[in-house]
Design a protein. Structure first.
Ligand code: URA
Length: 203
């Protein structure tokens, strides 16, 4: 059994949160075990809860189109969420739910070892770009410990707002170059220089 399949079995038996009892299916994530790019969204919605797969509703179809714009199919990347169970009525994930689910996401990242982690929306952004505002940092990247973190708007938000749609469609076009140049990109400077977010594509 592959490491990911074993992990999915463990995730499926997780009952740490109240919402585990409300789910139809758990949504661990899916994609290539050796993916160079990993996308992290927020939480499963209704469609995802029904199918047990991430990003399969309208936001997912839009994510597929964004991937197609850089000639990628979802099977070539890895797609996960900050939490693996659907919050009722699509409410925001609670801090305890995010904490409870953190080890699962950490293990997914350890197994896949992506070169680039793309955060979709504010919940996954908060993990890698604490204290930052998405309207300021979307489309920028920072490299820490050999991994590039790249912030994007959430596709569900962008789908319904023309200005965000323009931004997300422009931002994803930066990914192929980021991947091609990943090894040459310098590590971020220490946290003392906080605020000097490395911005690879402007200036
Ligand atoms: N929104 C998310 O953040 N994740 C999904 O899987 C679907 C919608």
């Amino acid at each position: 059994m592959s490491a990911l399949t074993e992990l999915y079995r463990e995730i499926a038996s997780c009952q740490k949160c109240e919402i585990a009892r409300l789910r139809t299916r758990v949504v661990p994530g899916e994609g290539a075990e050796n993916a160079a790019i990993m996308f992290i969204g927020e939480a499963p919605g209704w469609h995802e809860d029904q199918q047990g797969r991430p990003f399969v509703g309208p936001a997912g179809q839009y994510l597929d189109r964004l991937l197609a714009s850089i000639k990628l199919k979802r099977e070539q990347v890895y797609i996960a969420n900050v939490i693996k169970c659907r919050p009722p009525n699509n409410r925001d994930p609670l801090p305890t739910e995010i904490d409870n689910c953190r080890p699962w996401l950490d293990r997914q990242i350890e197994i896949i070892r992506p070169k680039i982690i793309v955060t979709l929306g504010r919940y996954s952004m908060a993990r890698y770009f604490p204290g930052k505002s998405i309207s300021k940092i979307h489309g920028t990247a920072v490299k820490r410990d050999g991994v590039i973190y790249f912030a994007m708007y959430h596709p569900a938000a962008a789908l319904h707002q023309q200005s965000l749609k323009r931004d997300i469609e422009a931002d994803i076009l930066k990914l192929p170059r980021l991947l091609a140049e990943a090894s040459q990109i310098p590590e971020a400077r220490p946290q003392s220089e906080e605020g000097k977010q490395l911005n690879l594509f402007e200036g």
